[in-house]
Design a protein around this ligand. Structure first.
Ligand code: AMP
Length: 285
């Protein structure tokens, strides 16, 4: 079932709730790939009814970013979702979501300023604002995100905790192609000859992981190693290579606990991100 209005979706959800069914919600910006569909599968395993939203959220794009050329294809997305166990697709227009300029924002300044935030300072305010708005509209029991966007996961988890939002945040592993490249809607921008450079991101993360597995606990040395792997390909323009606490995203003196290795780089005109979250034991004395 396709709903394009907030009122229509609320009517459909009212019927679902009166039957006592649990609701799982998968927010996306569309142009779906198998990574998105893995979130739908996870939601269907845990919930009676699955809602998928398709909405390219202007609030999370800065004026110099790719909002206008972000890939969109509603027919294709609906056909893909029809082959899944999605119950309701919510595909509102920008006017439906934002009939007037937003006077309200949700902002998590500390979590938003680092990593992606260094080059995209307004991005996570846009993400947090639309996710809270969608949560108010859908009021799901569980909301599903991919680990692929690791900083987004940290931001949403913290917002839900801080604001006591009554939803369970569920996170699915990053789905990768066979060669390790994390699936992304932005891959449509990549030319075939860009692929080896794009693969450097996962290779850098793997190199960081093997250092950690070998006992290295210095963030600096792990970051240097990831940078070295990225820089070995001149077609990669590095944005960052970081080893941080997976929850607070803060730089640590010593890597232990839940650590996120995160990289971002341009390959041609395409900006790619990837990360790994690892449970790191304290250094042996
Ligand atoms: P997007 O449409 O890019 O906003 O992504 C919608 C959701 O799908 C987000 O929670 C993403 O983290 C998730 N996602 C995107 N790519 C992948 C992937 N390769 N594996 C798992 N989840 C993903």
């Amino acid at each position: 079932m396709l709903e394009t209005t907030i009122a229509g979706l609320r009517r459909a959800l009212g019927a679902v709730r009166s039957e006592g069914k649990s609701v799982g919600f998968v927010p996306t910006m569309g142009y779906l790939h198998a990574g998105h569909l893995s979130l739908v599968d996870a939601a269907k395993r845990e919930c009676d009814v699955v809602i998928v939203s398709l909405f390219v959220n202007p609030l999370q794009f800065a004026p110099n970013e790719d909002l206008a050329r972000y890939p969109r294809d509603l027919e294709r997305d609906l056909a893909m979702l029809a082959r899944t166990r999605t119950d309701i697709v919510f595909a509102p227009s920008v006017e439906e979501m934002y009939p007037e300029p937003m006077a309200t924002v949700v902002s998590l300044p500390e979590l938003s300023a680092t990593l992606e935030g260094k080059t995209r300072p307004t991005h996570f305010q846009g993400v947090a604002t639309v996710v809270l708005k969608l949560l108010q509209i859908v009021q799901p029991d569980r909301i599903y995100f991919g680990q692929k966007d690791g900083q987004q996961v940290a931001v949403v988890r913290r917002m839900v905790r801080d604001l006591s939002v009554p939803v369970e945040v569920r996170v699915a592993p990053t789905l990768r192609d066979e060669d390790g490249l994390a699936l992304s809607s932005r891959h449509v921008y990549l030319r075939p000859e860009d692929r080896p450079a794009a693969l450097r991101l996962f290779q850098a993360l793997q190199a960081g992981r093997s250092l950690l597995e070998g006992g290295e606990r210095s963030p600096l040395l792990v970051e240097q190693e990831m940078t070295r792997v990225l820089a070995a390909d001149p077609a990669v323009r590095i944005d960052y290579a970081a080893a941080v606490d997976a929850g607070t995203l803060a730089r640590k003196d010593v890597l232990e606990g839940r650590v996120m290795l995160a990289v971002a780089a341009f390959v041609g005109a395409t900006r790619l991100i990837d990360n790994l979250v690892l449970d790191v034991t304290p250094p042996s004395s």
